[in-house]
Design a protein around this ligand. Structure first.
Ligand code: S3P
Length: 445
């Protein structure tokens, strides 16, 4: 594949109004739940990025008729819980962990075999975390040594065994996998999470008329349960803008003098808003306007202006609520005066790349004092970025975009290698970030 480099002009300020594309997590789930529902599901605001399209194509390959996407509109003709068909070839999950882990839960309940494959980054990521609970439910799954893709899920058509699963890590993908498999289980399946993670699966299942009961066990732990063997009914889903994509624009405005930006219609699900809390703790001038609800999800406009940031100790209870935003939060910390310390975030090491090591390397390459630790990072911020060596994105879209934002505090042009991957979650990143004041060009190297 061609190496698309981003060349980022240094400096600038961020101004105007912008609307970023639809939420990735909700887009995936709209196709999955729409496919196994009875009746038609219509979706607006669907994210037309490679990850969500991998999910869409997988369900087409399993016989579901899906129209679109055209301008974010998709129509899914649901086949019911039992209506999926054996695909003729392995399902290609591309770069997408969410597609793989959630689909594994659904496929475990089918009466046919499916092989899941992925790209170089996904093929290194741990799948044992879903194989363990699914095997406990009676599914037969083969992975490579080390628990990686390709993975074969052998469906017997026998109902799975319901379990009460205690998640060993805070992961919405694992929780969702267990709950989706639970649709095909005999009895009541529960997933107990050690800390709150995004709850879109629970909310959306309820929206599709499938009751999920969530109960707080203590301040951190929640148990979500459902009974197997029910049915989902098709619905309309209006996907809000992705707060994880909006985060790049929030940090851009927060770190560049003279900035004043409104990001419209951003999803404000409380299990996703850690980035806002962390930026506010750092001193960002950020307000939420025009709060309303769209199809069971809170939405607001984010108004953010430049204000000097200060380093902080990031509270551990915010980690799972901002898990995808750390690459760009590290850039905010690099611009902030003083020391920022992140702990309790070892999950960052098993994302699309090892986001602790890769971001520490990238920040060092632009002259920032960033020290990786086993479960986080220590950053001494407040200096300008100077490019000392090439920046590598390591097949990770959020590294490409985060390091682009660092250009706002640079004195040199920043060059980032291998940036075609922004297409996985945010295909319009470049035109939108350029529209509000940055100057980034994509160059084929
Ligand atoms: C997601 C869950 C998170 C997140 C990912 C999307 C989801 O992963 O990082 O981008 O849609 O459920 P983990 O469950 O691995 O934390």
């Amino acid at each position: 594949m061609a190496n698309i480099q981003f060349h980022v002009q240094p400096g600038g300020k961020i101004q105007g109004r912008v609307r970023v594309p639809g939420d990735k997590s909700i887009s995936h789930r709209s196709i999955m739940l729409g496919s196994i529902a009875e009746g038609t599901t219509t979706v607006t605001g669907f994210l037309e990025g490679a990850d969500a399209l991998a999910t869409l194509n997988a369900f087409r390959d399993m016989g579901v008729q899906i129209e679109g996407p055209v301008n974010g509109q998709v129509t899914v003709h649901g086949v019911g819980l039992k209506g999926l068909k054996k695909p003729e070839k392995p399902l290609d999950m591309g770069n997408s962990g969410t597609s793989t882990r959630l689909l594994a839960g659904i496929i475990a309940g089918q009466d046919f075999d499916v092989t899941l494959i992925g790209d170089a980054s996904l093929s290194k990521r741990p799948m044992k975390r879903v194989v363990d609970p699914l095997s406990a439910m009676g599914a037969v799954i083969e992975t490579q040594e080390g628990g990686t893709l390709p993975m074969v899920i052998r469906g017997s058509g026998e109902p799975l065994k319901a379990i009460d699963y205690v998640l060993p890590m805070a992961s919405a993908q694992v929780k969702s996998c267990v709950l989706l498999a639970g649709l095909y289980a005999d009895g009541k399946t529960c997933a107990l999470e050690p800390a709150p993670t995004r709850d879109h699966t629970e909310r959306m299942l309820n929206g599709f008329g499938y009751e999920v009961h969530s109960e707080k066990v203590d301040a951190q732990q929640t148990r979500a349960c459902l009974q197997g063997g029910g049915k989902l009914t098709g619905m309309h889903i209006d996907v809000p803008s992705d707060i994880s994509s909006a985060a790049f624009f929030m940090v851009a405005a927060a770190i560049s003098e003279g900035s004043d930006l409104v990001i419209e219609h951003v999803g404000m699900n409380p299990t996703r808003t850690g980035v806002i809390d962390i930026l506010k703790l750092m001193g960002a001038d950020l307000t939420l306007e025009n709060f309303h609800e769209v199809g069971g999800e809170p939405v607001a406009d984010v108004h953010i202006k430049y204000a000097p940031l200060k380093g902080i100790e990031i509270p551990e209870e915010l980690v799972a609520l901002a898990i995808d935003e750390f690459p760009v939060l590290f850039v905010a910390a690099s611009a902030a005066q003083g020391k920022t310390v992140l702990t309790g975030a070892e999950e960052l090491r098993v994302k699309e790349s090892d986001r602790i090591q890769v971001m520490a390397d990238a920040l060092l390459a632009v002259g920032i004092d960033a020290q990786p630790t086993p479960d986080g990072m220590i950053i001494n911020g407040g200096v300008q970025c100077v490019q000392r060596s090439a920046i590598q994105s390591h097949h990770d879209h959020r590294i490409s975009m985060a390091m682009s934002i660092a250009g706002l505090r640079a004195v040199d042009t920043i060059v980032i290698d291998d940036c075609a991957n922004v297409n996985t979650s945010f295909p319009t990143f470049l035109p939108l970030i350029n529209q509000v004041g940055m100057v980034i060009s994509a160059v084929e190297a």
